[in-house]
Design a protein around this ligand. Sequence first.
Ligand code: NAD
Ligand code: FE2
Length: 400
Amino acid sequence: MANKAYCRIFQGVMKIGNYFMGYRTPEYIEGPGSIRSLPAQILEKGVRKVLLVTDGGLVNIGLPNGLIEAMKEAGLDYAVFSDIQPNPTDENVEAGLKVFHDESCDGIIAFGGGSPMDCAKAIAARHARPRKSVAQLQGILKVMKKIVPVWAVPTTAGTGSETTVAAVITEAKTHHKASINDPSILPKYAVLDPELTMGLPPFTTATTGMDALCHAVEAYTNHTYNTKEEDWRAKEAVRLIHEYLYKAYENGSDLEARQQMQLAAFHAGRAFTRGCVGYVHAVGHTLGGLYGVAHGLAMSVILPHVMRQFGPAVYGRLADLADVCGMAGASDAEKAENFISWMEELKVKMGIPAGFDCIQDADREQICRWADAEANPLYPVPVIWQREDFMKLLDTLSKA
Ligand SMILES: NC(=O)c1ccc[n+]([C@@H]2O[C@H](COP(=O)([O-])OP(=O)(O)OC[C@H]3O[C@@H](n4cnc5c(N)ncnc54)[C@H](O)[C@@H]3O)[C@@H](O)[C@H]2O)c1
Ligand SMILES: [Fe+2]
């Protein structure tokens, strides 16, 4: 388990390194119907044939059809790869890479939720580094090479993958879920078209929105690597989610709420790309890999529990977030408690369970080891946990 002094020294060095890293923000077009202008933009960049990476569910409901029509009209050649499962695997990435090669593509459209977007980014990374497997690309700065242009088109308002350095991929054989983290896979371009999220069912709206909240809250409470920009983006994301997530959940056709949630997910994704996520993600990824728990659901369930377990170490930062949402409180502790209670009440209102019944006793050590390896020393978490802290969280999650 993590050595606290080593972690904090590592994070001090990373903080300095991060200043020189210069995280870009993708160029993006936004607004209802903006997707239709994408093919012309791609042609302008000199790309000849794109691989449209999406998932089978989206193909079945016809969500990419408008884009496909627009590509035909604009004369942009394309191939489609949609054999992707939620929590995409290295096998999905290899299958997509094969289509990319077989079809002689020179650009990628990543169209969908985090699963197709991450798979698309990983395909681009594998193409840039043909001798490295997905497992060898996982970790920090293992790509370090220019990738083919990627246009990211989110259809959930959650992961922010359109603006992050991460691609989270599960190894099919071991069920180990881990992230490729490298600025070179941060998409160059994004399209934030709220009409694409209008058909997202209420429960997926809720859980993916809570994922965005989790990015903002974890990045903000971590704070060590943040510049003013990440702090601002995290707070703005929290403000927007506080105002619009429940509206989007209640009425999926509320275009304003959909648009603001897309923006919130974008800000939150950009905030954690430098600021990092924390133990909610580290533990949630293991549950996604082991039991197939959807990412957003894992985040929604775990987020308030981790914040409560951090205790006084996060009161000041959570009080800032409470302020942004206009919540009352006589002290930082009271405001922090109000903020955590708001997250819990929101969960209940949107039908999100308090805990999980899938966690197997036999897996608990593995979960601790994988979560510790993901988070420490990279994530500048407010409190560095030991085995007993992870076990305490697993107890809470199983009993809740
Ligand atoms: N790269 C990153 O920075 C990052 C950050 C957080 C999470 N992730 C990863 O992203 C993945 C989760 O992504 P997600 O939460 O967006 O879910 P997802 O991409 O797995 O999609 C969930 C389901 O929603 C459906 N769906 C998506 N958009 C829809 C729409 N507009 N209408 C109807 N149905 C729609 C999909 O077909 C799928 O069945 C996980 O693997 C997670 O680890 C990545
Ligand atoms: Fe996430």
